[in-house]
Write a protein that binds this ligand. Structure first.
Ligand code: SAM
Length: 378
């Protein structure tokens, strides 16, 4: 996507591989291996087509990146299913950030997400943290799937903002593996992140704001499918200690439990910090369903509910079935007696089409006015 425009040509590399040279010779892709019998047809195809982009209508290179989950789904549908890979609609990502700015921070405070290190441990192609240009300064994006990590890196390189403003860290091991959020203790996971930060002379000197759309995937089904797709990893005991074995079958809950451990660790190290959790999930843990009540007691003793909304699943996500997906905001603020009552704004009538029309680069006050009718009905 990043190299293939109307001027693109195919060139041969010294290792007899091919590369796409685009944008009038200014951008060159990684080498691509193409079997010799296909070289001619491949070259012809690339040189007689191009990826159409149009900044004005929102069809940017970045927009194509945001739909990379559909490419993965076409190549390996079972992998995508087993790892709960479906990306957050680009405009819904921006809407969620607007919601945080408008309703959580409010326009009257000096504080904003720029005072936090925004962390997406299940970044996909980076939709949530990269979607709204200019709105998040300090970011960490991680992923389990190595190809997606590479995509995140390429996507960030497209836009100098991510490199020049604040920092964007994409921790990855030299062995080109992704980073599993669930199979290790919070300490191990964060040591890895802090090691990468230290390499860049950066420190964890701000509260964390977890911003994520974790996999919604129950592991309560045929185990062979998971083993085939490397999805059968063990969830660390420090996570199941909070969820119990039954609730641990729901991947998003284990993500929440691990986030609790990491926030606890950060506040233990720096007692003045108050991390945030901004998360898309199904609604069953918010009600909560009886299986999740035990976990909610532990969670509520650590996090205070702030605000949230629900939208309809298949309107914004490539998911089967029609059910409410919540975006909820929580602040880490331990209180052993707290019991949160979660009331969300009902946006289940909101359509992807409605949000597609927005000029997200408009000044904040104008955007507030434009989105007012949407919120009024909620
Ligand atoms: C629902 S997708 C969301 C992606 C992205 N945050 C977005 O909203 O576009 C969930 C992502 O979690 C990743 N994932 C699944 N299991 C994981 C794990 N154990 N550790 C880290 N990432 C994981 C998947 O590869 C997938 O990209």
């Amino acid at each position: 996507m990043a190299y293939w425009d109307v001027t693109s040509k195919i060139i041969e590399t010294p290792n007899n591989e091919l590369a796409v040279l685009g944008f009038k010779g200014k951008k060159i892709s990684d080498p691509i291996h193409v079997a010799s019998k296909h070289v001619k047809a491949f070259t012809h195809f690339v040189e007689t087509h191009y990826v159409f982009t149009n900044e004005g209508s929102g069809l940017t290179v970045d927009y194509y990146f945001s739909r990379f989950d559909e490419v993965l789904a076409a190549l390996d549908p079972e992998y995508v299913r087993q790892h709960g890979i479906f990306f957050t609609d680009d405009n819904l990502s921006k809407f969620a950030l607007w919601f945080v700015e408008r309703y959580f921070f409010g326009r009257h405070t000096e504080e904003s997400l720029n005072d936090y290190i925004v962390f997406d441990p299940a970044g996909g192609s980076g939709n949530l943290v990269t979607s709204w240009r200019g709105h998040l300064r300090h970011k960490i994006v991680s992923e389990l799937q190595p190809d997606l990590l590479k995509v995140i890196e390429k996507r960030m390189r497209q836009d100098p903002y991510h490199i020049e403003t604040g920092f964007t860290i994409i921790p990855k091991t030299v062995t080109n593996q992704g980073l599993n959020f669930l199979d290790r203790a919070a300490d191990d996971y964060m040591n890895e992140i802090e090691r990468v930060l230290a390499e860049k002379s950066l420190r964890m000197d701000k509260p964390l704001a977890f911003l994520l759309n974790p996999p919604y995937k129950s592991t309560d089904e045929n185990e062979d499918n998971r083993t085939d797709k490397a999805a059968n990893y063990g969830v660390h005991a420090s996570i199941t200690a909070h969820t119990g074995e039954d609730a641990a079958k729901e991947r998003y809950l284990t993500f929440v439990a691990q986030i609790l451990n990491i926030c606890q660790r950060q506040v233990h190290q720096s007692p003045d910090l108050q991390p945030l959790l901004l998360i898309f999930t199904p609604t069953s843990w918010l009600i909560p369903r009886p299986t999740y009540a035990g976990f909610r007691r532990i969670f509520d003793a650590h996090f205070q509910y702030e605000d949230g909304f629900v939208v309809t699943s298949n309107e914004f996500f490539k998911l089967q079935g029609r059910w409410p997906v919540a975006f909820t905001l929580w602040r880490y603020k331990p209180d052993p007696d707290r019991q949160n009552h979660v009331t969300v704004r009902d946006l289940t009538n909101l359509t992807a089409r409605q949000l597609f029309r927005f000029d997200w680069n408009a000044p904040a006050e104008l955007l507030d006015g434009l989105l007012e009718p949407v919120m009024e009905k909620a």
